[in-house]
Design a protein around this ligand. Sequence first.
Ligand SMILES: [Zn+2]
Length: 263
Amino acid sequence: MMRMSKSPHVEDLIPFYALGGLEASEAERVAAHLETCPACRHLADEALAIVALLPYAAPPVTPSPETRSRLMARIQRRRTGDEKRTTFALRFPSPVVNAWRALAPTLAGLGLALAVILAGLNISLLTQINQLRQQNQNLSERLQQQQQYLALITAQQTQARELKGTDLAPGGAGRIYFDPAQGSGLLVVYGLEALSPNETYQFWMIGANGPESAGLFRVQANGQGELLINWHQAFQNYQAVGVSREPAGGSPQPSRIVLLGQL
Ligand SMILES: [Zn+2]
């Protein structure tokens, strides 16, 4: 396992150094640097002091006997094959390091266990961070959408019309906010049945040429839904609007009309 340090300093290796997780050559390089660099030595002293506290602060871990013996064998192999690993601490006249040396056999095992725990924590934290980032993204998209709705509803030229449920949806209702001189509008619906994934609601602009499809939307479990409309022709060119229930993907002509309203 090679870890490359970008700076002449060794600060990125120090946590591994303190946990006893470096290869011999890396540990030697760190130790040599620490002799000449008070700043890194200070960091290393701090890291070692923290590691000295960790066995008491870390949650208790009871690995399975197999995991434990595998772990111990690995530590044993590394130690016998690599005497220098434990001697690096000799150069540090710090009481923390002396304590570290006395505890080294225990801590080496704990260090590995800690590395495993810390890696696990890292992964779950990263997962949480990604989830929060996604939530944040969804919320800001939602907020942007709501601001668009509000701007449309509160604009001076905006008009509103009601849509009534047909016999196919007696509990359904809707309202459309629109700018008569433009194609922009907002449809909100209430009391419509929530659909399975293989169905959709379809919105229609109804004029001299008959119904024209102007968007698909779904409703939430509470029967409410909304559709932002950006039609290529002004609302004043149409007489009515409607909503129909269609197979997923929509239909070229409305099949089951559930809401209708005059403009
Ligand atoms: Zn340094």
